[in-house]
Each structure stands twice: as structure tokens, then as C-alpha cells.
Write a protein that binds this ligand. Structure first.
Ligand code: 1CP
Length: 343
């Protein structure tokens, strides 16, 4: 039994005393105890050792007081499970030395049973679940097919994703084959995450906003919806297509229970586009966490006033950045928790 099920109630459109709060990328990055583990173990050791992944996942629950834990892992474990080499270089971010360009490259990817090589993720979820002992819900996650394709084709992060987009626009049949393969594996992977103890799952489409509304409908939305449909009887699904505010109406009519939005859309406009058909998550500008604590507290209250406390999950509009002081992250969370008394 969960002692704090605010997040799950918000996702089920049930009444809450105050909105639940968590922060994208809350595990790792800015917490001193994470940095100590980071100095000792390389990235994939941290991800693949359930005891380490669990310890990192619990840090923001214990130290910042968020209403949900999100398992410590990375979206790029899917390309890895499909047989691609993924390197994580300090200060440089991820890189994939051999990218996808041709039919032959796609044919060489491991598809059947790829999700089984990710047993360490399910083990970490099960261990975290038991350590949480019902304190807060546990969130599983995966990258969205479009965002994973971006890394598989581009080989590293990009501001424009021009190579990934060129691949999709000039070889759409190959792109759809690849997107479908990623989708199928992601569905099996998320189902196994739910079975291992994830109470809800979020699909990060971090680079959806690189596409126009028309191209989002072709290369991103159908695959996001396949995932939401396939998981809907397992756990509530949160879709986060960053930047794709134009898709909010369609998403509100999908099988997803929640949708994440960034800070480039007003709460009023997001509510207008979605009606009250889906729970909205977001959308505090992460850079505002670099301001003063009184400013953070005031702006959080304004944000909740604008969204309303129901059918709403307080969060950032994208991941917390590594330079945020822990006290400021805590002020963000405290401001949401104090909201009830200010109503
Ligand atoms: O050693 C380190 O600390 C490396 C930094 C790091 C961390 C802490 C990477 C490399 N990944 C992670 C963990 C991670 N990644 C989590 C779990 C822990 C947490 O809460 O932070 C999650 C949810 C992710 C998800 C992820 N990885 C996304 C989607 C969310 C988002 O921020 O948009 C993306 C795009 C990635 C790719 C990735 N992995 C790592 C980096 C630096 C990046 C981004 C690279 C780029 O800018 O393209």
C-alpha cells in the first residue's frame, strides 16, 4: 500500500489535497551524494548495478522530499540493448560511434528479446520498490521512438538534429521501419518495468520539438500513441513530447493519462487545448531554480493557481540542471507542499 499516492490519484483524475510534485532528472546531476558515487563508478556501472541505481533513485526522495521516485537509468539503454555501442564521456554526453544509415544497419539491430538484456533495470525497480516501502510511487521510463532515432542516426546530441531529420525526410520507409522496431521493444520494456514495480511510466520525447506539427504527426505521434495504447491496462502513461504544444489536443484524446509540457506555453492555453481530459504535468522553467528562494516560492504558487490544483502534477518544463543549489530544488518542492494551506 502506498502511503503517498498523490501522483497516481492525479493521473486517475481523482481529487487531491494538493498537487503531487517531482522534478524531471531529479536523480543525479545536482545532489552532492550523487556526485560522490559518480566519482567512484562510471556511468553504466551506476546504471547496471541495482544497489547503486536504487541508492541514487532514493536520494531526491530522502533529501528533497519529492512525491515520486524515478528510476535511475538512461533512455539510451534501448539502442544498447539493440546492439549499438553507447559511450558516455564525461562532460561530453553520450555518443554512438556506429550510426544507423542503411537498411543493412537496421537489419543488423537485435529485435527479438532485446528487452530481456535489460534485466538490471527490472532488478533495480524491484529493489527500489522494496526500499521505498510504499513511501511514494515509483516511475519507470523510456525514450520515445523519435528521440531514440535521433541518437541512433545522429550518433550524439545535436541542437538541430539535421542528420536525423534528413534521414527521416529522405528515407521515410527506413525511418518508419526503425521507429517501429524501437516502438515494439519499448512496449515490451515498459511492460516489464510495470511488472517489476513501476507504478507509472513516462515516455520522454525530448526532441519532438525539432519537428514541425505535420512531421510530428508522421514520425512521432503514431509511435507515442502505440506505446500509450499498449500500456494503458498496465499502468498510467505520461507522454512528454517537449516543444510539441500543438499536439496537446490530440494527446488529450489518446490513451495517455498525463502529458508533460515545457514552459513555452501558458497554463491557460494548455488547459484550453486539453480540456479536462488529461492530467497536465509541468511547466516551471528549470532556469528559474537559479533565482532566489522567495521568487521560486511565489512563482510556484502562481503556476499552481494558473493550472488549478486538480488534474495537475507540479514539475519542471524539462530536466533540472546540474548547477541548481539543493536548497532551491527543495524550495520548489516545499512551495508545492505548502500550497494547500494557502488556498
Ligand atoms: O554521469 C552522469 O551524471 C551523466 C549524466 C547523465 C545522467 C545522470 C546521463 C547522460 N543520463 C543520466 C540519467 C538519466 N537520463 C535519467 C535518470 C536520472 C535522472 O532523474 O536524472 C533520465 C530520466 C535520463 C533521461 C534522458 N537521457 C533523456 C530524456 C530526458 C531529458 O533530459 O530530455 C535524454 C535526452 C537522455 C540522453 C542523455 N543521457 C545523458 C545525457 C547528458 C543526455 C543528453 C544528451 C543531449 O543533450 O543530447
Amino acid at each position: 500500500m502506498l502511503k503517498n499516492d498523490l501522483l497516481l490519484r492525479a493521473l486517475r483524475n481523482e481529487p487531491v489535497e494538493r498537487p503531487p510534485v517531482w522534478m524531471m532528472r531529479q536523480a543525479g546531476r545536482y545532489l552532492p551524494d550523487y556526485l560522490k558515487l559518480k566519482a567512484k563508478y562510471d556511468f553504466f556501472t551506476r546504471v547496471q548495478t541495482p544497489e547503486l541505481a536504487t541508492a541514487i533513485t532514493l536520494q531526491p526522495v530522502d533529501q528533497v522530499g519529492v512525491d515520486a521516485a524515478i528510476i535511475f537509468c538512461d533512455i539510451l539503454v534501448i539502442p544498447q540493448a539493440m546492439g549499438m555501442q553507447v559511450l558516455m564521456e564525461e562532460g561530453k554526453g553520450p555518443s554512438l560511434p556506429r550510426v544507423i544509415q542503411t537498411q543493412k544497419d537496421i537489419d543488423a539491430l537485435i529485435t527479438t528479446g532485446a528487452e530481456e538484456s535489460l534485466k538490471y533495470v527490472y532488478d533495480a525497480l524491484a529493489l527500489t520498490k522494496s526500499e521505498l516501502n510504499g513511501r511514494v510511487p515509483l516511475i519507470g521510463f523510456a525514450g520515445a521512438p523519435w528521440t531514440i532515432l535521433c541518437y541512433m542516426v545522429e550518433g550524439k546530441g545535436s541542437k538541430t538534429w539535421d542528420k536525423a531529420k534528413q534521414f527521416a525526410y529522405t528515407q521515410p520507409a527506413l525511418a518508419h521501419q526503425l521507429l517501429q522496431k524501437i516502438t515494439d521493444i519499448t512496449i515490451s520494456y515498459l511492460k516489464l518495468q510495470a511488472k517489476a514495480g513501476a507504478d507509472t511510466v513516462q515516455v520522454f520525447d525530448s526532441w519532438a520539438g525539432s519537428l514541425s506539427p505535420a512531421d510530428f504527426k508522421i514520425f512521432a505521434q503514431p509511435y507515442l500513441f502505440q506505446i500509450a495504447n499498449a500500456l494503458k491496462d498496465d499502468v498510467p502513461v505520461i507522454l512528454f513530447p517537449k516543444g510539441s504544444w500543438y499536439a496537446l489536443k490530440d494527446i488529450s484524446e489518446s490513451s495517455a493519462s498525463g502529458v508533460g509540457i515545457d514552459w513555452c506555453i501558458t497554463p491557460q492555453m494548455a488547459r484550453e487545448l486539453t480540456g479536462n481530459k488529461i492530467t497536465i504535468q509541468g511547466n516551471f522553467d528549470p532556469s528559474k531554480l537559479l533565482g532566489t528562494i522567495p521568487d521560486i516560492k511565489r512563482e510556484v504558487k502562481e503556476m499552481i493557481d494558473a493550472f488549478g490544483a486538480q488534474n495537475y502534477i507540479a514539475n519542471l518544463g524539462h530536466g533540472i540542471t546540474p548547477n541548481v543549489p539543493v536548497d532551491n530544488a527543495r524550495a520548489f518542492v516545499d512551495a508545492v507542499k505548502e500550497y494547500e494551506s494557502k488556498k
